[in-house]
Design a protein around this ligand. Structure first.
Ligand code: GLC
Length: 467
């Protein structure tokens, strides 16, 4: 279960994971999945943005979810994605909040409470009973809580819930009142009082296992700095917390076959990569020169991603030859800062404020150094994509970045959360760039990493089995 999953609806990294992991699990052989063939199915809200494809949706169930004694109709539609059934749940609370995520906490709270409860109810109307309910982030965490209540009433005894945390600070809105309206008692939990009616904490409490999207993030969730106030609670329940790093879609993100980039290449044909660099320089209106190192950024422009640190470090680079290509949207203040940098260095910096998958791929394939100075990063996907395209990442040593990059071998890590530390790391990286042979060996190492979903899917399969 997830709020978003590619290719149906995508806002951020959650969609990549919820889109790819189910398919990767289904693709596991019986042997890799611990002796069973996994029948994984995906459940999504039928967001307004998905509605345009209604023609391909098959209605399969409809039932009522009770809210303050009034019936709210829920409709379930099925669509196949390859051989996988995907269930879309529709209903008034989902249509009323037209966007995937609303700035209005009440609308969001209503939408995802309804979705989470309707999804659980749905399992009683299909001739398919899940052994495992795998919820993701706060939006679907309540399903685990609702399951616990069912089990206290003697039902659904054979179903187990687990919750994957993609971004801990997003705990979801306070649902006191709303839960009662939906007939869900607020039971005694050992959660801190302030968190006792928030969906993510309730899901953490109710799930048999909590998974962070990287082992390092699982540890960081226990610290005051990154624990979102739940660090003590999570520490007490450390036994049920683990980390499984995400994969990337290694077929789609493949420089040997990618149609979105001008020239295809591999670790053996790195020379071809320079065509992509020249094309990027031309596209960005920068001087075409293969010796000038290009810094690339592809990111949501939010505080989490440390874009401000990158902008400040770039502006302080004294070295003569460098260029930067920056792509992303988000916080207007950060967008403006990026535009200001472009004004300051018009012949070196190109900033594009938009979401553009094709241009993103051209940056991965054409720039030399990928900047990702995240303040925290539960997993991070773009550093893995960058490495796959021979673009060497510089990132903070945090979360999944630390787990996927080998310092000095496939990229560069720095510790301190400031522009000075990043700048120092950028200077070191530029020195490495000067030595062509050394640089190419870094690129080959980075490109040789296996970031495909198979390994992570196996770990999830093991976990399902253990439950
Ligand atoms: C969130 C996290 C990111 C992670 C993604 C998928 O977007 O911020 O680090 O890669 O979820 O798990």
């Amino acid at each position: 279960m997830a709020a978003e999953a590619a290719p149906f609806v995508k806002i951020g990294g959650l969609a990549d994971v919820a889109g790819a992991l189910p398919a990767a699990l289904r693709a596991l052989s019986e042997e890799d999945a611990g002796g069973v063939k996994l029948d994984v199915r995906l459940v999504l809200p039928l967001h307004m943005v998905i509605r345009t494809e209604a023609a391909t949706l098959r209605p399969i169930a409809s039932f009522a979810v009770k809210r303050s004694g009034v019936d709210i109709g829920a409709q379930v539609y099925e669509m196949s994605s390859g051989d996988m059934p995907v269930y879309f749940i529709a209903g008034e609370p989902i249509t009323t909040s037209a966007s995937v995520y609303s700035a209005n906490a009440a609308l969001d709270g209503e939408k995802y409470t309804f979705f989470s409860l309707a999804a659980l109810e749905m399992t009683k109307h299909l001739d398919w009973e899940p052994d495992i309910i795998h919820a993701n982030d706060w939006h679907t965490a309540l399903t685990a809580y609702a399951l616990q209540i069912e089990q206290w009433n003697g039902k659904m005894q054979d179903t187990k819930a687990l919750l994957t945390v993609h971004n801990l600070p997003f705990l979801g809105p306070d649902l006191t009142g709303r839960l009662a309206a939906y007939g869900l008692p607020l039971s005694q939990t050992d959660l801190p009082e302030w968190a006792h009616a928030q969906p993510l904490p309730l899901g953490l409490w109710a799930s048999k296992k909590n998974v962070a999207v990287s082992p390092t993030y699982a540890e960081e969730m226990l610290t005051k700095k990154l624990g979102a106030g739940l660090e003590n609670y999570l520490t007490i329940h450390k036994d049920k917390l683990m980390g499984i790093v995400n994969g990337i879609d290694a077929e789609s993100f493949n420089p040997e076959t990618d149609k979105a980039i001008p020239a295809r290449f591999s670790a053996e044909t790195l020379k071809e990569r320079s065509w992509n660099k020249a094309a990027l320089q031309q596209l960005a209106g920068l001087e075409i020169d293969s010796t000038i190192p290009i810094f690339g950024i592809v990111s949501r422009m939010t505080d989490q991603k440390g874009i401000d640190l990158a902008l400040s470090a770039i502006s302080r680079l004294k070295r003569k030859n460098w260029q930067a290509v920056i792509l992303g949207t988000g916080d207007p203040t950060i967008e403006k800062q990026a535009k200001r940098l472009e004004k300051l260095f018009p012949d070196r910096v190109k900033v594009e404020i938009r979401y553009d998958e094709g241009f993103a791929r051209k940056i991965y394939a054409g720039s030399d150094i990928f900047l990702m100075p995240s303040r925290y990063e539960p997993c991070g996907l773009s550093q893995m994509i960058a490495m796959r395209y021979g673009c060497i990442p510089i990132t903070r040593a945090t979360g999944g970045l630390k787990d996927t990059i080998k310092h000095g071998e496939t990229g560069f890590l720095f510790e301190k959360e400031d522009a000075k530390a990043l700048l120092k790391s950028m200077r070191e990286t530029l020195e490495a760039y000067e030595n062509n042979d050394h640089w190419q060996s870094l690129q080959r190492n980075a490109m040789a990493q296996d970031f495909s979903w198979k390994n992570s899917a196996k770990q999830y399969a093991d976990l399902y089995k253990s439950l």
